[in-house]
Design a protein. Structure first.
Length: 248
């Protein structure tokens, strides 16, 4: 989605704050994997996939998304927050599997946004996303995420669905995210590897989740800095899985 249609959705009243018991559960799931303050909205029309942007993105000169939401929807938008918009069809399913898949999609869009803003080394963007997919795939099966109600397999499938938009990923490999073993194997979220490469145990899935755990309430810039530091450390010390066949 481009900026123009987003602004139109706001002005036409197609966006509303997400609310209800299911949304409270979804927020707990999101907080378990994404430490950035996040404003969740639902779009009644005009969207087919999750959309995530920082609140300070400009919709018009000197007019940020956060300012527009504060004015038009009477929302309190914290500085440095992320705004996550889900289409009505994603927001309509209240069961934990659907909410977990949506959580994975939102996180995937946030990671792609970080990549687009230069958080990862340009020559290693695909590998950086692979490292984080491994790490978050493992994190989803950890005790903190499980206490939030997150269904790990569904989360990983949603994460893979979003990350499949990266040019290094094709549809065949992206489909791994929905494979049967995704419920138990973090490696099933690795959409940038050929199918046979999934057999190698990813050190990133074992090591990086601890690095990704941090205090909640970060602003978007601080979160991107944390991701960049984590990924660069993994690339430097060899924690990342080898991707020599893809030339990274």
């Amino acid at each position: 989605m481009t900026i123009g249609p987003l602004l139109e959705l706001v002005w036409q009243g197609a966006l509303r704050p997400s609310s209800g018991a299911a949304e409270q559960r979804a927020q707990r799931m999101l907080e378990a994997v994404l430490p950035v303050r996040t404003i969740s909205l639902t779009a009644s029309r005009g969207m087919t996939a999750a959309y995530v942007q920082p609140e300070n993105i400009e919709l018009m000169p000197a007019l940020s998304l956060g300012d527009v939401l504060a004015e038009e929807l009477d929302l309190e938008v914290p500085y440095g927050a992320l705004v996550a918009i889900a289409p009505a069809n994603l927001a309509a399913s209240p069961d934990d599997e659907a909410l977990s898949r949506r959580t994975g999609m939102v996180l995937g869009e946030a990671l792609l946004g970080a990549m687009e803003r230069g958080a990862f080394p340009l020559a290693h963007e695909g590998e950086s996303l692979d490292i984080l997919a491994c790490a978050y795939g493992a994190l989803a099966g950890g005790p903190e995420a499980q206490r939030s109600g997150l269904v790990a397999g569904a989360f990983r499938a949603g994460l893979a669905a979003s990350l499949s938009r990266h040019p290094a990923c094709d549809q065949q490999v992206a489909a791994v995210g929905t494979a049967r073993d995704a419920a138990t194997d973090p490696r099933a979220t690795r959409p940038f590897l050929d199918m046979h490469e999934l057999g190698a145990a990813p050190e990133a899935a074992q090591v990086l989740p601890d690095l990704l755990r941090c205090e909640a309430g970060l602003d978007h810039e601080a979160w991107m800095a944390m991701l960049s530091k984590t990924v660069c450390a993994a690339l430097a010390d060899g924690t990342a899985p080898a991707l020599s066949r893809r030339g990274f």
